[in-house]
Design a protein around this ligand. Structure first.
Ligand SMILES: [Fe+2]
Length: 134
């Protein structure tokens, strides 16, 4: 398993945990605590997302990856949407909106992993590199 796979699995697990916390947010008496945990989890997800995008971009630059600009544009779009979602959540835990945003983020990540990141991993292996070194 290379770093791309490992990070995707870790991100998916964190998104599932955040969705679980969000489910508790309005449904249990401990809603305030759940909201704080949710925001903490979302901030941690953001850190991991930025780190993953940065690592991939460094690798793409180092290997002169031909689709660098397209891949990076997708990262920029995702990080922008993520920042918007986090700002909305920080203004108030709106459950329906947050559930939709988390589901959209998971869908986006799966799609990106199956297309752009898979293509990047194949390019790395074809060119004698190892994604496991990052
Ligand atoms: Fe990527």
């Amino acid at each position: 398993m290379d770093f791309i796979d490992h990070n995707h699995r870790a991100l998916a697990a964190e998104l599932n945990r955040a969705a679980f916390d969000l489910g508790r947010c309005a449904a249990c008496a401990d809603g305030v605590h759940a909201e704080a945990r949710l925001l903490e989890a979302l901030e941690a997800i953001g850190v991991r997302l930025r780190r993953q995008c940065h690592c991939e971009e460094q690798l793409m630059r180092a290997m002169d990856y031909p689709a660098l600009e397209e891949h990076r544009a997708q990262h920029d779009q995702l990080l922008g949407e993520y920042a918007d979602m986090l700002r909305q959540m920080q203004r108030g835990c709106r459950k329906g909106l947050a559930m939709q945003a988390l589901a959209a983020l998971k869908r986006w990540l799966s799609r990106h992993a199956l297309r752009e990141d898979k293509a990047l991993a194949a390019f790395i292996h074809q060119n004698g590199g190892s994604a496991a070194v990052i």
